[in-house]
Design a binder for this molecule. Sequence first.
Ligand code: SAM
Length: 281
Amino acid sequence: MEWFEETLHENWRQGIRIKEILYRDQTELQDLMIFESYAWGRVLTLDGVVQTTTGDEFCYHEMIVHVPMLAHGAPRQVLIIGGGDGGCLREALKHEGVERVTQVEIDRSVIDLCRKWLPTISDGAFDHPKARVIIADGARFAAESPERFDVIVVDSTDPIGPGAVLFTEEFYRNVRRLLNPGGILATQCGNPSIKPQELVDTQAAQRAAGFALVDYYLPVVPTYIGGGMALGFATDDPAKRKVGADAIRERGVPKGLRYYTPEVHVAAFAHPAWMIERVGH
Ligand code: SAM
């Protein structure tokens, strides 16, 4: 009986029992493994950390994408940084008003291998006529691009390895420059019950980058252990954070979602008291 053991946290490990290892190799940048599990379908790990599973990926992808998209109301240009499995791309393309979704992923192998071994996650999104994929460092793209976006989603690895630059004040400053007026940034911020400091630091860096409103919301993604996962929400238009469930519904929620509802959107911004103690509002 073989187990995958995630060692992201020094004092808390999670094990997922392996049915079969489907692929394992070193890409140019990361150690990548894809295995069939008993509990969560197929699992992608990078450098020993669970990135996504076919069993619960919808929880994360729906929330990191539809919350900023529906808070915005009419996003046309969307940027995804990271997200090589294609789940964010798939969800962003569900919004009919979107004209183009640009994805900037640093590691081509993640895209190629996920398309081969985890095809249900991108579900054809990489071939969608509105999708544009750029293989590059997201931090560099943010520093140099002349383009502007309505919603930017940073679906990164954790702040170690190639993803570390995506958690810096300089990166958030550059990303803020890429946003159209009323634009929204959503970012992966780790698990605040195990690593509250990661969220504290990310929020501080986003504030220092000049955003008028910096907040976080808490979806539950079972294979990101530790309870509610924190996603950062930053914008220069504070009204975007206050949209109610009825107004969201009128904007047109894509059909067939399994986690996101307008009520879940609003509730995810309610922070339990112990979270406020740990990381603030
Ligand atoms: N949802 C996952 C999580 O929360 O852990 C993240 C999944 S996604 C596969 C993360 C992607 O970010 C990987 O494909 C990785 O190659 C990419 N990535 C890491 N650093 C990057 C950078 N500097 N620029 C662009 N993409 C990056």
